[in-house]
Design a protein around this ligand. Sequence first.
Ligand SMILES: CC(C)(COP(=O)(O)OP(=O)(O)OC[C@H]1O[C@@H](n2cnc3c(N)ncnc32)[C@H](O)[C@@H]1OP(=O)(O)O)[C@@H](O)C(=O)NCCC(=O)NCCS
Length: 219
Amino acid sequence: MIPSMVIPVGGRVSRVSIDGWIADVACAHPDAGVTVAGAARRLAETLVAGSVGVAPDDVRVAALLPSGRPVAMSAAGPMPVSVSVSHERTIAGAAVSSAARVGIDIVDPLTARSALDAWFRNDERSSMPLAESPGDDVTTGWRACLWSAKEAAYKAASLDVPFAPLAVVIVPGTGDRFHFTVQGSLRDVSGSGRCFTAGRHVVTLAVVGSVATEDGTCS
Ligand SMILES: CC(C)(COP(=O)(O)OP(=O)(O)OC[C@H]1O[C@@H](n2cnc3c(N)ncnc32)[C@H](O)[C@@H]1OP(=O)(O)O)[C@@H](O)C(=O)NCCC(=O)NCCS
């Protein structure tokens, strides 16, 4: 859970591979007068358009209600890609894949305080490197990755259940990698992920090996 790859902040697309699943990721600061949520959706539309070879104006990323999970729409209906967005106060991010379900999450390590530890399982807490001093950078970075991994995994699982951090099990792997299981009320979903950096932020991408087909109904 130690990021090594940098996602540039400026909209340039990075193609990443996680256990053989390919996804496109981009991060950007919002233009003046654009909300960060709006910037994230526009970024997602641009990624979807690039991935399927249509104009960005022909793609609409909308929230599937009641769950809130984003879906990519064209004039012909839902598009066969998985899309995910995340936004922090000053930065927007999006991820798209035509092969896997994706989840992206952005965390500002400055806000990843120890209160978050209450949402970690015992084995997750014990995976954290020991702080040598209060506010230790290594511990804070690990905590930001762990929390971000939970949110990205929840999004990629596409279970359309409320987010329950303790029901998302993160197993750190080597380097920037992790595996996860999201425990749903009817079934569990497992997948893999990686942590990156974008400026001072942690960006985490999670994948599950098939594109979502559910309708967004909360179970
Ligand atoms: C997923 C969630 C934890 C992310 O919160 P966050 O880390 O503070 O915010 P982020 O910026 O990283 O992500 C927000 C994006 O997550 C996406 N998202 C929301 N719900 C989602 C879900 N169920 N599955 C996948 N993605 C979801 C949306 O695209 C949202 O962007 P928007 O608010 O601009 O529409 C939060 O949105 C949540 O709890 N959603 C569940 C909502 C819910 O309980 N729905 C009813 C039961 S299914």
